[in-house]
Design a protein around this ligand. Sequence first.
Ligand SMILES: NC(=O)c1ccc[n+]([C@@H]2O[C@H](COP(=O)([O-])OP(=O)(O)OC[C@H]3O[C@@H](n4cnc5c(N)ncnc54)[C@H](OP(=O)(O)O)[C@@H]3O)[C@@H](O)[C@H]2O)c1
Length: 309
Amino acid sequence: MHQRRCRAVAFSEYGTADVLRMVDHAVPEPGPGQVRIAVRAAGVNPIDWKIRSGAMADVMPLRLPAVPGVDVAGVVEHLGPGVTALAVGDEVFGKAVSGSYAELAVANLDALAAKPAAMSWEVAAALPVASTTAFHAFAPLGLSEGETILIDGAAGGVGSVAAQIARHRGLTVIGTASPHNHDYLRSLGVIPVAYGAGLAAGVRTVAAHGVDAAVDAAGQGSLRALLELTGNADRVISLADPSAESLGARFVYGEPDDMSGILTEVGALVAAGAITVLVARTYPLADAAAAHRDSQSGHVRGKLVLAPI
Ligand SMILES: NC(=O)c1ccc[n+]([C@@H]2O[C@H](COP(=O)([O-])OP(=O)(O)OC[C@H]3O[C@@H](n4cnc5c(N)ncnc54)[C@H](OP(=O)(O)O)[C@@H]3O)[C@@H](O)[C@H]2O)c1
C-alpha cells in the first residue's frame, strides 16, 4: 500500500543545526488515546537542539531519522481508535509525541487542551513546555501568596512564563536576566537583577524580606547563590542542572501530572490577559536550523516558533 507522506524537518545523524533537512516523511498514525494534528505552529525548545546534538542520546535513544519538536498547536485531523473526547476540526495545543516540526503530528489526548479562540497559533505553540514546566517546578516548592521567589533566567521561555504564574499567585518575583532584558522583566511585574558574580548581593539589595524559594531556569551555575539566598535546599529547584541533587536541591524533569488541566488553566490565563507570551521570532518550517542556532545562543527573550506551517 502507498504510504501517505507529509513535509517535515528531520535529522538522520546527530550533529550541529546543519543536520536538519526538509524531508517527505511518513504520516504518523495515532494509536488509542491519540489524535493526529494538522500543525499550524511548532514551538522551539532547548531540549529540541540538545536531542539533535546527540547530547541526550544515552538517556533518550532515538531511531533515526527523527523529527524534532514537542510543542504543537493545530487542528485535529484524524482520531485514534476509540477516541471520543476530541473531534476532527477541534483546535488544540499541547505536546506532540511524533515530532512537531512537521505538517502532521500525533499527540496523546492527555497532553492536549482546547486552544482558546482568542489565542494565536504562535502563542499556543509557545506555551506547552514552558507552562507545564513552570507548574512542575512550583509543585514541590509549596509556594504561598505573599512569599518572594527568585527565578534565575527569568527572561527565557520557561522563566518568563513561570514568573508570570508566580505573580498571578500573589508572590513577589525577583528575576535574573542580562541588563538588556531588565525592562522586559519589569513589564512582567518582575524585579530584575543581573546574574553572574554579583547575583546574591544584587538580590539582597532588592529583597526586603529575603527570598523564600528559588528556581534555576537557566542551568548556568547560579545554584550555590540560590541556596545561599534561601538558606533552605528544600525550596530550591533546578530545571537545567542535574548537579542540583549533589548540592541538596531538587532537579525537576519529565512531565507533570494533569498536563491537559495545566494547559487549560494557562490557556484561560493567556486569553484573559493575565499572562502574556512574547514570541520573539517566527520562522518558516524550512528555517528550523536558523531557529535552533538562535535558541542555542542561550539569550532568547521569550519564545521562538516555527509558523505558519
Ligand atoms: N527540566 C525540565 O523539565 C525542563 C523543561 C524545559 C526546559 N528545561 C531547561 O531549562 C533551561 C531553560 O529553558 P528555556 O526554554 O527557558 O530556555 P531559553 O528560552 O533559551 O532561555 C534561557 C535564558 O537563560 C538566560 N541566561 C543565559 N545565561 C545565563 C546565566 N549565566 N545565568 C542566568 N540566566 C542565564 C537567558 O537570559 P538573558 O538573555 O537575559 O541572558 C535566557 O533568557 C534549558 O536548559 C532547558 O533545556 C528543562
